[in-house]
Design a protein around this ligand. Structure first.
Ligand SMILES: [Zn+2]
Length: 331
């Protein structure tokens, strides 16, 4: 479970940036204070050497207890003096200490070796951001999925109510070994919308999700194939697609036909099936068309293991436009 290495690294970079900014601002405030109260710098140095003295006393043997008591008293006196100088400037120690964005982990991302909530949240928002760059995520929630468009076709309405409920349940129960799904049906019936609603729910739970239209994926795979030949920093798209927690491939069959892309897709889907990782595929093609276009072996495995949902109805994007036009005319 996780958002993937890239997201983790960007989150850690962000935390390092926050930590360094907090510490550098604190240094500035401290220097500012020393500039106005130069004695404070000496008091601080004396406090440090006093603390170091305690270690020496312990190592030297002799009357350790009384020596330590002296050091302790001296330390307390220095501390009072330091606070007094701060107070002269209207400051407390908190004013010259770093103000970390997260006081629990001091912007390191970890508390006692465990990942801090701030790092988890940061990874989640980065994952959203990344997905949001390509797709209108906010509009594609379960709540925003309207069954109204299917009202005048009872069969489609029944079918789509069932699909909506099944998708909600799938999202609510999503795990790293959830079953794979195949959405099929014509364009504009809400396949992408429900895929993205599931993607959001999975990200919310802390899973790494990759969403891609097969068209842009095909372009990436082809480009990488040539990059690899030129030995330039390969992106390893294939590796990420195999290892992410949930892979969503939108509009299978809309890509430009290519044997190389077909073979790569088959490898990716096969590897995910073997590892029991869920994949969600949406397509306009029916079973026959899929088999004609892709390897029959992969197709039959998809047909055998994926949960299939058939989207019915008319293109809701056309209906939506009609609604909007009607609304405009009523104004
Ligand atoms: Zn934290």
């Amino acid at each position: 479970m996780g958002y993937g290495n890239k997201i983790y690294q960007s989150a850690m970079e962000e935390l390092t940036r926050r930590r360094q900014a907090a510490e550098s601002a604190a240094r500035d405030r401290l220097e500012d204070f020393y500039a106005r109260q130069p004695a404070a710098r000496e008091v601080k140095a004396a406090m440090a050497s006093n603390a170091a003295g305690a270690a020496k006393v312990v190592l030297s043997g002799g009357d350790v207890r009384s020596e330590l008591e002296k050091l302790k008293q001296r330390g307390a006196a220095l501390s009072v003096e330091y606070d007094r100088l701060l107070a002269k400037e209207g400051l407390t120690r908190a004013d010259v200490a770093p103000r970390y964005a997260c006081p629990h982990c001091r912007d390191t991302g970890f508390v006692d070796g465990r990942m801090c909530t701030c790092l988890k949240n940061l990874q989640r928002s980065l994952a959203y951001e990344k997905l949001n760059m390509d797709v209108p995520l906010e509009r594609c929630t379960f709540e925003a999925f309207s069954l109204e468009y299917y009202r005048d076709d009872p069969r489609a309405y029944r079918q789509m109510s069932g699909i909506l409920a099944a998708c909600k349940e799938y999202a609510a129960k999503f795990r790293a070994d959830s079953p794979s799904l195949l959405f099929w049906g014509g364009t504009g019936l809400g396949k992408t919308h429900l895929s993205l609603a599931i993607a959001q729910a999975a990200i919310e739970k802390g899973f790494g999700v990759i969403y891609s239209s097969v068209q842009s994926l095909a372009v990436a795979l082809e480009r990488e194939r040539f990059d690899r030949r030129s030995e330039e920093d390969p992106q390893d798209t294939g590796g990420q697609l195999v290892s992410c927690d949930l892979l969503i491939l939108d509009d299978l069959g809309a890509e430009f036909p290519s044997n190389y892309v077909n073979a790569s897709l088959a490898n990716i889907l096969n590897a995910r099936m073997l590892a029991n990782r869920p994949t969600l595929i949406s397509t306009n093609l029916n079973a026959e068309e899929l088999e004609k276009r892709y390897s029959p072996r992969v197709c039959s495995r998809i047909m055998g293991t994926y949960g299939k949902m058939e989207f019915l109805g008319r293109d809701i994007r056309i209906d939506r436009r009609k609604h909007q036009n009607a609304a405009r005319q009523n104004l």
